[in-house]
Design a binder for this molecule. Sequence first.
Ligand code: GDP
Length: 197
Amino acid sequence: IFRNKLEFFAAAKVSSSFPAPDLQEIAFAGRSNVGKSSLLNSLTRQWGVVRTSDKPGHTQTINFFKLGSKLCLVDLPGYGFAYAKEEVKDAWEELVKEYVSTREGLKRVCLLIDAKWGMKPRDHELIDLMERSQTRYQIVLTKTDTIFPIDVARRAMQIEESLKPNKSVVQPLMMVSSKSGAGIRSLRTALTKIARF
Ligand code: GDP
């Protein structure tokens, strides 16, 4: 499936403009700067289709990208700007909440966590939301090249341990570096198994 051409399909600022839920979807979420665009580019081996647009003050949108005729990769707006206004946070929350809790065809949310910084309160908020709506999600540690392998392993264990009581999380978490390419193939393989093609 990841050999297909990636095509921008739709952008939505409000849930009423989500495209018809005809395709299976895998969504990607995380703090701004976590490496989400880079990961989407590495997974699809297509550069320039997904661009970073999570600048503070910019309108936050959910972007839908078709990958072939059966799967859609969904780029959820980044969060966690220290200086983002409350309205921005509220708008994000409403949009993402609506998406993860009601979206038909949503097979999995990949929640990206920077290996160096670990989980932050906003990540936990999203996890709580997904637990409440029973949305299947998995943790993907990003930028594993930025710290020593022993620290990546330690971080992974710490996160897995903290998520043990959770019901909707898919274990084990995965570890990637878009820079070195480590873990990209494994993640691609894991994601390929989620949907029915
Ligand atoms: P986004 O805001 O989540 O879409 O993040 P980007 O993909 O735009 O990446 C944010 C910054 O982190 C950029 O400067 C990237 O070059 C850098 N980055 C992304 N992935 C990696 C990685 O795997 N390793 C390293 N060292 N840097 C990365």
